[in-house]
Design a protein around this ligand. Structure first.
Ligand SMILES: Nc1nc2c(ncn2[C@@H]2O[C@H](COP(=O)(O)OP(=O)(O)O)[C@@H](O)[C@H]2O)c(=O)[nH]1
Ligand SMILES: [Mg+2]
Ligand SMILES: [Zn+2]
Length: 215
């Protein structure tokens, strides 16, 4: 017995995300959706990655924030194309926003587009943007229990960055507990230990991204 619910198989957002994916492929661009809580270091990590990759390929950044253009301006100040999306209270980016931002960004590959999502470990998880990789950033001061408390976002991660490792002596952070927490929900994603403040720990992450983007 088959029951036709009348619902489309793909949501409107999923359909737009598929269109974004096709457009990115045509342009030779690989999009990385960067997910984390507010202040975990999304912009700082992206800036480190841009510095490491800028000599090798085209780069662009789509910045998502509730308000303001602080992050986009910081990227533009590096001489790298950036577009700011303001969600005006909205707590996640969706594929339609990315479609528009890609038009404004106007870059061609081969290269990478980093999408800094709204700082939020919950609902951005449910919205595909057309990315080919999800990078989830956790940071030491947030505590080692976050993978177990917000399993969804860690489950969909293709790679996890643990940022602010320089602060590990100042807070009670159990690295083992964190690692086991990630593994409980995501057996495969590599975990990179990083410090965006000093640039320590970025080599392997950069190499993985370059491999992934074929650059
Ligand atoms: N100590 C330390 N601070 C960091 C590190 N990475 C980022 N920060 C600081 O954390 C704050 C939030 O960083 P930001 O990149 O803006 O986070 P975002 O809100 O996730 O984009 C800023 O004051 C950064 O300077 C790090 O590795 N170590
Ligand atoms: Mg930011
Ligand atoms: Zn939301």
């Amino acid at each position: 017995l088959k029951i036709d619910s009348g619902k489309p198989i793909l949501s409107a957002n999923d359909q737009r995300a598929m269109a974004n994916r096709a457009r990115l492929r045509e342009l030779g661009l690989t999009a990385v959706n960067v997910l984390a809580s507010p202040g975990a270091g999304k912009t700082s990590v992206i800036k480190r990655l841009l510095e490491a990759l800028r000599a090798r390929c085209a780069l662009g950044v789509i910045e998502g924030d509730v308000a303001g253009r602080i992050d986009a301006d910081a990227i533009l100040a590096m001489g790298i194309p950036a577009t700011q999306i303001n969600t005006d209270g909205g707590c996640h980016l969706d594929a339609a926003m990315i479609e528009q931002a890609l038009g404004q960004l106007a870059i061609r590959g081969p290269g990478l587009v980093f999408i800094e999502n709204i700082g939020n470990l919950i609902c951005p998880t449910g919205f595909a943007l057309g990315e080919s990789m999800r990078l989830v950033i956790a940071s030491v001061p947030e505590g080692h229990d976050k993978p177990l408390k917000y399993p969804g976002v860690f489950q969909t991660a293709d790679a996890v960055v643990l940022n602010k490792l320089d602060l590990i002596e100042h807070v009670d952070f159990d690295l083992d507990f964190f690692t086991r927490g990630v593994r409980a929900v995501n057996p495969a994603a590599p975990i990179y230990h990083a410090c965006a403040r000093t640039g320590k720990g970025f080599d392997e992450l950069v190499a993985m991204l370059a491999r992934h983007a074929g650059i």
